[in-house]
Design a protein around this ligand. Structure first.
Ligand code: ADP
Ligand code: ADP
Ligand code: MG
Length: 662
């Protein structure tokens, strides 16, 4: 076994790999880029070496050499599926924890991958898998594959990943534009605009098989994961086993067939290590499955397999340990017959994104963090208090995974775990995840990849009165002195009777009187309610009309952040006057960045006359572009950002002054 392993990654996956290294007594070395100098993976590793970028093969291999690492674990994303890293490691006598470079290259190209596995007898999604097609040929292929017969097709970048650049087309009239757009996105994201076209499978389910191969020619599969809950072709919630297959005899039969097929796909490219063969399955024909692609690495959702599978009578499995053993040349320690599901596990991905703003990435500093724990609950996280979440990297922050003897138990545990996932300072999708997990179709296991996008947007909810009261009480507690004389009470206390203090919180009027331990509060002029509050570290315990709740609480200047049940409110205190000032700026047309990210393009200049809706700046954060447009007709000023500049959430990018206003 290795003495020392370099992890060429960051975030939750780097921390997760460190855990296994530590357990095995192996020294962990990580790389870090400038933005991550203080990141959790850097704090936890035994050593950390600076690189210009996580994507810089020379820097990464140089770091491994300097650190004396015997192996490099690439995690997922970044260089995990780049055969150049695998080759460079080999040249320096370092073991790459992953398949041989040729297997990565064969599967990294979807066209080549489909042709290779089809030749090995694996069913692939019907389509045209041919490289070098011109736009005309591609359009003709799309017609043949389905459009002629009124069926939709899917254009896909052959070099693709992360759901980028894919376009569904159902109207032949839109084909030309879709091909052009898909090519553009593919070129931008992967430096290669080769496309393939597939039949679009309607309301499909994504079911993938975990395979494992050793260097001695043995390959096993570890059952499936279902990842049908997706948004924009990206997974949000994953589970094992698939509720479509279940554990009955028919499911076992399909599982065995899909598994054997996945093993054949791995063997077709001389695979070694952990890999995932992704299939698309139509919801009403579970016995009809089609190969989509193979990911030649550890998958984000690997924990559900680790928690749901048993080897013989031993429940659980550490796939990273198995990767390291296989990379060190050990044979697989078990055969196919020993593998079975022994329970159910579900994972939810916690993203720094705002469901209320079209899932745009958020960002900020983690002010307070308490992640769940308990029986059957696992959290893989890259966060610590103080972590700054910016726009340079993938917005996935952590994964919450729950396991149980059956699916219903696992789902319930996951919901409870998410309810106690506390993160203040960075907006997340946790409340959205909770609502998704209680969707009747999800509970019943009726999943498909369109489910998430079909659900109606949840209406913006008014801030509950007890939350506003809690914010006012928190303010009061901060101002109160422990043992006050009558002159210390900040609420306008007078001999005789205390007076009302009025605060404007999140645009609402909150009046309060008394002391935090015994007060009355009235929101927007309603009948006063008896309230009380006390602090317990980060907890704020509030009695509201006799009901007791525990909030977590952090103040950041004039913003009070309160969290409860996986929901977070950021409550800004404003003077009525200040509120008016902000409104004025807004109407004058301050244009703000909707997310932290990088300026991809600047479409206007100072002094330009623009019309409402005209693009001004394109901001990009990993996998997503957002066009910032002029809010009103007018004159542009203050537009100083340049392409490549980093911008913060809500940073003012320009001002558009309506004509006649200046
Ligand atoms: P999984 O099936 O493991 O979830 P994803 O496609 O979601 O796979 O990608 C996993 C991670 O790898 C994500 O962090 C994603 O951003 C990153 N990733 C995937 N493909 C690419 C790519 N081509 N370039 C850069 N990062 C990628
Ligand atoms: P990536 O490399 O970006 O992960 P995939 O080929 O794995 O690309 O596709 C990503 C997702 O897109 C799948 O999980 C599935 O939801 C959807 N998808 C892919 N191919 C098809 C298809 N032919 N029909 C319908 N949906 C598809
Ligand atoms: Mg995929």
């Amino acid at each position: 076994m290795f003495d020392s392993v370099l992890i060429a990654n960051r975030g939750e996956i780097a921390c997760r790999i460190i855990r296994t290294l530590r357990r095995l007594g192996i020294r962990s070395v990580v790389t870090y880029a400038d933005a991550d100098a203080d990141a959790r993976h850097v704090r936890e590793a035994d050593a950390a070496l600076w690189v210009r970028s996580y994507l810089d093969v020379d820097d990464v291999v140089g770091a491994a050499v300097r650190a004396g690492a015997g192996a490099v674990h690439p995690g997922y994303g970044f260089l995990a599926e780049n055969p150049d890293l695998a080759r460079a490691c080999a040249e320096h006598g370092i073991v790459f924890v992953g398949p041989p470079p040729d297997a990565i290259a064969a599967m990294g190209d979807k066209i080549r991958a489909k042709r290779t596995v089809a030749a090995a007898g694996v069913p692939v999604v019907p389509g045209r898998d041919e490289a070098g097609l011109s736009d005309d040929e591609l359009a003709a292929a799309a017609m043949e594959v389905g459009l002629n017969a009124g069926a939709a097709v899917l254009l896909k970048p052959s070099a693709g990943g992360g759901g980028k650049g894919m376009r569904r087309v159902e109207d032949p009239g839109e084909l030309r534009d879709a091909i052009a757009a898909s090519r553009r996105e593919a070129l931008g994201a992967f430096g290669d605009d080769t496309l393939l076209v597939e039949r679009y499978i309607d309301s499909p389910r994504h079911i993938e098989i975990q395979v494992f191969a050793d260097a001695h020619g043995d390959v096993v599969h570890l059952g499936e994961r279902e990842c049908s809950l997706q948004r924009r072709h990206q997974k949000i919630v994953e589970e094992a086993p698939s509720p479509l297959l279940g554990t009955g005899p028919e499911g076992e039969r399909i599982r065995a067939a899909m598994g054997a097929s996945a093993v054949a796909a791995a063997k077709a490219v001389g695979y070694v290590g952990a890999g995932t063969v992704e299939y698309i399955v139509s919801a009403d024909r579970p016995d009809e499955y089609f190969f989509m692609e193979m990911n030649t690495r550890l998958q984000v959702e690997h924990p559900v397999t680790e928690l749901a599978v048993a080897i013989g009578d031993r429940p659980g499995l550490d796939l990273v340990e198995l990767q390291l053993r296989v990379a060190a040349g050990e044979p697989l320690p078990f055969g196919q017959d020993a593998v079975a599901f022994a329970g159910h596990a579900v994972e939810a991905r916690v993203y720094a994104e705002d469901p209320a703003r079209g899932f745009l990435p958020t960002g900020g500093r983690v002010l307070l963090l308490a992640e769940p724990a308990g029986p059957g609950v696992r959290v893989d996280s890259g966060l610590v208090e103080g972590t700054v979440v910016g726009g340079s990297y993938d917005p996935m922050l952590a994964k919450v995974i729950a396991a149980g003897p059956d699916r219903a138990t696992a789902l319930r545990r996951l919901d409870r775990a998410l309810a106690s996932y506390t993160l203040l300072g960075v907006g997340t999708n946790v409340a959205f995840l909770r609502s998704l997990l209680t969707d009747p179709d999800v509970v019943a296991g009726r999943l498909d990849t369109g489910l998430v996008e079909r659900r109606p947007a949840e209406p913006a909810e008014e801030i509950p009165e007890d939350v506003l009261a809690a914010a006012a009480l928190e303010r009061m507690l901060a101002l109160e002195v422990p043992d006050p004389g009558p002159w210390d009470v900040p609420d306008g206390w007078r001999v005789g009777r205390s007076a009302w203090t009025t605060w404007r919180i999140a645009g609402r009027e909150v009046r309060i009187r008394g002391r935090a331990a015994d007060a009355e509060v009235s929101v927007d002029g309603a009948e006063p309610v008896r309230v009380a509050a006390r602090r317990h570290g980060a907890d704020l315990i509030v009695d509201y009309a006799g009901d007791r709740t525990r909030f977590v609480c952090a103040r950041d200047g004039d913003v009070c952040r309160l969290g409860r049940d996986g929901r977070v409110w950021s409550l800004q205190e404003t003077e009525p006057l200040a509120a008016r000032a902000t409104e004025t700026t807004a109407s004058a047309g301050a244009v703000r960045s909707p997310m932290p990210g990088t300026v991809a393009a600047v479409k206007a200049a100072d002094g330009d006359e623009v019309v409402a809706g005209q693009p001004l700046v394109i901001v990009e954060a990993m996998k997503m572009e957002h066009t910032v447009t002029a809010p009103v007709d007018g004159l542009v000023s203050g537009l100083t950002v340049q392409p490549g500049a980093q911008v913060a959430l809500d940073e003012v990018l320009a001002v558009v002054t309506p004509k006649g206003d200046s």
